[in-house]
Unconditional design. Structure first.
Length: 291
């Protein structure tokens, strides 16, 4: 029996074939009959199993009228679907760089994120995301895509079907992004989100000093039926870490953050205090201008 490809690549490959079949309004059996195959061959592809040749895959993708970019993407995935850990370079030609993350977040039962310098993406307001995108710098068209993709991710993840825990450093709350209005909106948004029963927001205070998360931002995703993984995003690449010994190191970081970060009540108080500080600062600035 062909081996099951229980990897990030393998799952994305199988999900994509399933989506193409649905778009073509074809069942596994109907597609197999049109190609003169046994139904099991299509099922093997859908379930992310090895044993189907490139030629047969090309025939199926042709039948399903797969767009050229998606065709190339799936052919490449088919070759590497058994390989664990996936580095996706920025120049890899992938038509949608957040696709893999988005698909795995949808099936995750638990997501835990750590963000050191800016507010975590899952709890950003659109204007905040917009100014971050322009700072990269991206042109306005690319920045709009970033904002749209971020909103889609947030809607899918923050639907109450999974638990989400976000750790952030206090610096992320104090770094000015956009104008005072954007920051006020962002901080009030965090307060509104923090009362949702499935979402936990906790802050690592600056006065704590060095901490376990100094190596940088990451997200850990847990699932009901597949091993957990870690997602790391950098300027040059997106990285999905599946090696369980490596994932365990990130678990250690999260355990340390859990011990040292402010609790939920303390976090809400800190956010409220920062809002108050910003308001007082704006009042003083306005009074100085009026003199």
């Amino acid at each position: 029996m062909p081996l099951r490809r229980s990897t990030v690549r393998g799952r994305e490959f199988g999900d994509a074939i399933r989506a193409l079949l649905k778009a073509a309004d074809l069942t596994n059996r109907a597609a197999a009959e049109l190609l003169g195959w046994q139904e099991a061959k299509v099922s093997e592809l859908v379930n992310g199993k090895e044993g189907v040749s490139d030629v047969d895959l090309a025939k199926l993708l042709g039948l399903l009228r797969t767009p050229p970019d998606e065709f190339d993407h799936l052919m490449a995935l088919h070759h590497d679907a058994h390989i664990r850990d996936w580095l996706q370079p920025a120049g890899s030609g992938m038509p949608d760089r957040v696709r893999t993350l988005r698909e795995h977040e949808k099936i995750a039962s638990e997501i835990t994120g750590w963000s050191m310098n800016v507010v975590h993406g899952l709890v950003q307001v659109p204007d905040y995301t917009w100014h971050l995108a322009l700072a990269k710098p991206l042109d306005e068209k690319a920045a709009r895509v970033v904002v749209e993709n971020r909103v889609v991710r947030q809607t899918a993840v923050l639907d109450g079907n999974r638990t989400v825990t976000i750790f952030m450093h206090e610096q992320a709350l104090r770094l000015p992004v956009g104008d005072a209005g954007v920051m006020a909106e962002q901080l009030h948004h965090l307060l509104r989100l923090s009362v949702r029963p499935y979402l936990t927001i906790r802050v690592m205070p600056t006065h704590f000093g060095p901490h376990a998360g100094l190596a940088g931002d990451f997200d850990r995703l847990k699932f009901k039926k597949i091993p957990e993984l870690v997602y790391v995003e950098s300027e040059g690449a997106n990285v999905f870490i599946e090696d369980q010994a490596s994932v365990a190191r990130y678990d250690t970081v999260l355990k340390s953050l859990d011990r040292t970060a402010l609790d939920e009540v303390q976090t809400r108080k800190l956010i409220t205090d920062i809002i108050g500080e910003e308001f007082e600062h704006d009042q003083v600035a306005e009074e100085q201008l009026q003199r």
